[in-house]
Design a protein around this ligand. Structure first.
Ligand code: CTP
Ligand code: MG
Length: 221
């Protein structure tokens, strides 16, 4: 199976609040985007396309390996993945879409996603259980109900897809008003079942400064 990796790295990182786009922010001296590319490759992905913000295209090209394909992303994560997918279209039978914001994803997670695709899954996401008590609140913040946890999962990346399935689902969603926060939602909206494999706490997303501080500790431990 020939898999191409897409790294969504075109966000600005408003919640992290750095001077640079989040994907260029350093973890242990290396930009987050480089960690994410390495994780995909170490897990068995042959080639990688990275979606970057237009104004910093040169800065990304300067830090990424020469054989990584760089494309300009869009205003939303969905638009960025769509742009990268267009560049990756011819090259593979599987596509793994990963967030630059998940730098410490162990290669094992990537390998599990690839194995599920090789076994016939059309779409697969790494997931973790929800460990905190989880509730629904009303508009005033008053708890309305407990949510039973056994069937809940937190979804991570990389998310893996049969290439034609993902291309078709993105084509179908184009021009609709629907907002998607990940790629599995795009595929599910097209009626495709999404399987799960075990994720990893180390693949957690860097969103705010505290997450980056924890990642620095993780690298040094
Ligand atoms: N992303 C992207 N294109 C966008 C928005 C986000 O490629 N237009 C990418 C980000 O670079 C990130 C991933 O999607 O790797 C997950 O998004 P998020 O964690 O929300 O990152 P940002 O959008 O950069 O951060 P924020 O929402 O705090 O501004
Ligand atoms: Mg965002």
């Amino acid at each position: 199976m020939h898999a191409v990796g897409i790294v969504a790295a075109a966000g600005s990182g408003l919640r992290l609040g750095a001077e640079l786009p989040k994907a260029l922010v350093a973890l242990d001296g290396r930009p987050l985007v480089c960690w994410a590319v390495d994780a995909l490759r170490a897990g068995g992905v042959a080639e990688v396309v990275v979606a970057v913000p237009a104004p910093q295209r040169a800065a990304f090209t300067a830090v990424l390996p020469d054989d990584v394909h760089v494309v300009v992303g869009g205003d939303t994560r969905t638009a960025s993945v769509r742009a990268a997918l267009a560049a990756a279209r011819e090259h593979a039978d599987a596509v793994l879409v990963h967030d630059a914001a998940r730098p410490l994803t162990p290669p094992d997670v990537v390998a599990r996603v690839l194995a599920a695709l090789a076994a016939g899954a059309r779409a697969v996401v790494p997931v973790l259980p929800v460990v905190d008590t989880t509730v629904v609140v009303d508009a005033d913040g008053v708890v309305e109900a407990d949510v039973p946890r056994p069937s809940l999962r937190r979804v991570q990346t990389p998310q893996g897809f049969d290439r034609a399935t993902l291309v078709e689902a993105y084509a179908r969603s184009h021009g609709t008003a629907a907002e998607f926060t990940d790629d599995a939602s795009v595929v599910r909206a097209a009626g495709v079942p999404v399987q799960t494999v075990a994720g990893d706490e180390r693949a957690t997303k860097i969103t705010v400064a505290h997450d980056l501080a924890l990642a620095e500790l993780q690298v040094r431990s």
